[in-house]
Ligand binder design. Structure first.
Ligand SMILES: C[S@@+](CC[C@H](N)C(=O)[O-])C[C@H]1O[C@@H](n2cnc3c(N)ncnc32)[C@H](O)[C@@H]1O
Length: 399
């Protein structure tokens, strides 16, 4: 029998056996459990629970039949209030341990919905359709996914009528009650008839190329008064409600009459959202995203924003612009040296850093912090029921 002491950053319980740390899945602080070791390393082990002798008061019964085996969600056994507490503690601990300057973290901004919020889902397919079983490439066959949009859930029974033997993956994206389905296959003649009743756009993805197979080429999403085009490969935040709160925070920092660089701009969403009274340049590497950004500019009748397609670091170097504020929203890997150096060369008065990976976020903030004060960090819950957090930092140049 072992007592769980606390949670790690992945939502696993931590306990000790013979002075060795053990990370236990689906175990909460104060629970007394019997464990089953699943991975043994020199310095630590990983385990799951074979028996609960005492359960925690804040444990809830997840509303998902696949939770115990599916690798998708990790903290669904915590009440939402405690999920938020876990995320707040997680970012506070990371900041305390790794950030050179100590600053107070604002309260996490909750998600309006904790179920049916995801507008993009990747299903693994190999005769079955579903998600990988935790730590394996075995697929769990599913009929529904409680965190995914209701339209995506509705589509699963249609997806099951495809010839799954010929499919590797299926990506479903939604926006404004429309469904886009992208099927990774090698068969360009795959019969997609079963999907025509539910999808408004269907693509086949063959050898990394998107082939339009049915319906509209794109779907659209609305964010307050703005409408955004989504194409198969371009990035769009997965939780539209939290996305809106995050973008409003950016708007609050930017104010009016500023020259803004929106680095890693995706389909231009942030830039367009704040461009009413500001001049914006968006930089993005994905050519599909930039095409969408150009169209989003037209759809929303915005003139004072321009987009550049290319690597952020390299394009920054060539840019003749005098920004007051630089927004960065990089992928999980964060900023590379070239990009940071070129951001620093502009010497803009303010920087807004948005990140979905707290470790690369803190690593980059430590570099920027030599020249900028970190005024605020606010966590946002973009991904309820998982251990992931989105963070935004507001930096002002040191005088
Ligand atoms: C987290 S997304 C942010 C998108 C956008 N800001 C939004 O809120 O929708 C990161 C974006 O960075 C782009 N990206 C990745 N590497 C890049 C690079 N080296 N230079 C420019 N953009 C890059 C990706 O294609 C993706 O669109």
């Amino acid at each position: 029998m072992l007592k769980i002491e606390k949670l790690d950053h992945y939502g696993r319980g931590i306990t000790k056996l013979d002075n060795k740390t053990i990370f236990v899945e689906n175990a909460l602080p104060d629970e007394i459990v019997e464990i089953n070791i699943i991975k043994e390393k020199k310095k630590y082990s990983e385990a799951n629970v074979s028996k609960y002798f005492q359960k925690a008061n804040n444990r809830i019964e997840p509303n998902c039949p696949y939770y115990n085996s599916c690798g998708g969600c990790n903290i669904m056994h915590l009440s939402y209030k405690d999920q938020l507490k876990f995320k707040q503690n997680k970012i506070e601990n990371i900041i305390k341990k790794y950030l050179n300057e100590q600053i107070k973290i604002n309260n996490i901004v909750a998600s309006d919905r904790i179920e049916f919020y995801r507008n993009k889902v990747t299903f693994q397919v190999r005769e079955k359709i579903g998600f990988y079983k935790e730590h394996t490439y075995d697929i769990i066959n599913i009929d529904n996914c409680i965190i995914s949009d209701k339209l995506i859930n509705k589509s699963i029974k249609y997806l099951k009528n495809l010839n799954l033997k010929e499919i590797n993956k299926i990506i479903c994206r939604t926006g404004l009650d429309e469904l886009m389905i992208i099927i990774e296959t090698q068969n360009k003649n795959l019969d997609i008839t079963p999907l025509k009743e539910i999808a408004s756009s269907i693509y086949l993805k063959i050898n990394n190329k998107y082939i339009h197979a049915y319906g509209n080429k794109n779907i659209y999403e609305k964010l307050e008064n703005y409408k955004f085009k989504i194409s198969p490969d371009s990035f769009f935040q997965v939780n539209i409600d939290t996305c809106s709160k995050l973008y409003n925070k950016v708007k609050e920092y930017i104010g009016n009459n500023k020259n803004v660089i929106d680095l890693y701009c995706g389909t231009g969403t942030i830039g367009i959202f704040i461009s009413k009274n500001n001049n914006v340049i968006g930089i993005e590497i994905n050519e599909y995203a930039i095409k969408d950004a150009e169209e989003n500019k037209k759809i929303n009748k915005i003139d004072n924003i321009n987009f550049i397609c290319g690597d952020s670091g390299k394009k920054l170097k060539q840019l003749k612009f005098n920004p007051n504020i630089i927004i960065v929203d990089p992928p999980r890997s964060g900023l590379n040296k070239e990009t940071i150096n070129n951001i620093l060369k502009f010497g803009s008065k303010e920087i807004i850093y948005i990140s979905c990976d707290p470790m690369t976020f803190v690593r980059d903030l430590n570099i920027l912090n030599k020249y900028y004060d970190i005024k605020e960090i606010t966590p946002f819950d973009m991904f309820p029921n998982t251990y992931h957090i989105e963070n935004i930092a507001y930096l002002v140049k040191k005088v």
